[in-house]
Design a protein around this ligand. Sequence first.
Ligand code: C2O
Ligand code: CU
Ligand code: CU
Length: 514
Amino acid sequence: MRRREFLSLAAASLATPALNISRAWAAEPGAPLLIPEVMDIAPGAGNALDARRGTRDFIAGAASETWGYSQEYLGPLLRFRRGRIANISVTNRLDEPITAHWHGMHVPGYLDGGPQLAFGPGETWAPELPIDHPAATLFYHSHIHGRTGPQVYRGLAGMIIIDDPGIKDPLPHDYGVNDFPLIVQDRRFDRSGRMIYGLGMMDRMHGFRGDQILVNGVVRPKLTVPAGLVRLRILNASNARVYDFRFTDGRQFHQVASDGGLLDRPLAMASLQLDGAERAEIVVDFSDRSPVSLVSRDIRMGGMMNGGMMGDWGGSMMMGDRGMMGDRGRMGDRGMMGMGGNSGTPLEIMSFDVGEAAPAGPTRLPTSLPSDAPALGDPVRRRDFTLNMHTRGMMRGGMMGGDGQMMGINGEPYVMDRIDETIRAGETELWRINTDMMMRHTFHVHGTSFRVVRQNGRPVDSARIGWKDVVRVQGPTEILLRFDKLASEETPFMYHCHILEHEDVGMMGQFTVT
Ligand code: C2O
Ligand code: CU
Ligand code: CU
């Protein structure tokens, strides 16, 4: 793998000699993984977040301008307890409006932090959240219409853990000891090592992707884990990149939770795919003490320009992304179309060293898990959604696909004061989602968790997939869902593609629940 890496590096350098400088830092081994500080949201405990500016030397000696919630980059790990009321206040110390959206949490629309709940510079938003959600790993991030991509990229994002005092957690759960958050993001850096965001034509089409991986804000870090079972809570907090994680020695691991909480039982696997905003908790056995790395295969986004098929071990995106560095997409376009699928170099995510065994913690996986599985019953209604790469809407000053058109859903770009669907609380519905132009997208729904029942014409085992709030869509996809939390016309719930550059140009709709 070293050799392949070197070879493709050499190829990239030949194409753009300027990249030599930026690749030099990238080759350095990982710094220790930062473990986000915990903010236990409880009465009398910490509960104030400040959205503010900061700087971070992702690359030694090169300060990048970043944003964070009470940190220079990203935010603390918010810990909520089921059955409690959580008071949290978020103050905007930036110079543009932001929101704080609790992605995946089941709260009513007026607490959800969607685009209508924007608060401006100097303002504070202080929701009171009734925590009514099974134990899970969730996500929080800003959700400003038209600028979610750049705001999240700068750092307005973090992880949430919900604990359920009503269950006994049979999995490793000693935070920072045998239970680790991994917030995975891809970023681009310019030649001086500063983080950059700028959309070339291909970025607008497929979403913005970087060629360097950050975990908890550290470039390809190293983590020392105990010699035993370790739980990793993986959040794909990237704007658009899809990961297909596996370990370099091919070892098996078990998925124990997906977006909405625990699965019924641990699921053995050797690779795991996560689209943007998806979460998975996995348990890995490090008792053999061998150091290992976590890597990802490069996933293509499909669509006409890539020959239509997605999900091969093709490396074209990587070459494209490398080429794009510092030059806003020109090289990237060429890289992507011209070097189709022969690199195959896996992206390194992070590496693991193994220390002593932890003094406490489970040593074997349970055969079943205390999952939360209320039955949804049969749907009373069906709704259809098509994710459109082009609509009749025009983008102000935009150049999407060269014609200034916006993306959308069911032919319409998102409009903040139009309600697209009205839904009755407590009624189970079947939603059928598809895409046009053979593109690969995701579909995220606010306010509830859903079951995936069919994908690409075939029934799927919903129990193995678990409770979801984001699902990959690369063909007809059917989900079963029911809403119990209400959302008014003033603060509706959203459904959208979680490729943030698609969401920002209109691939979003909104609905009330009454
Ligand atoms: Cu993660 Cu509507 O968002
Ligand atoms: Cu969300
Ligand atoms: Cu999309």
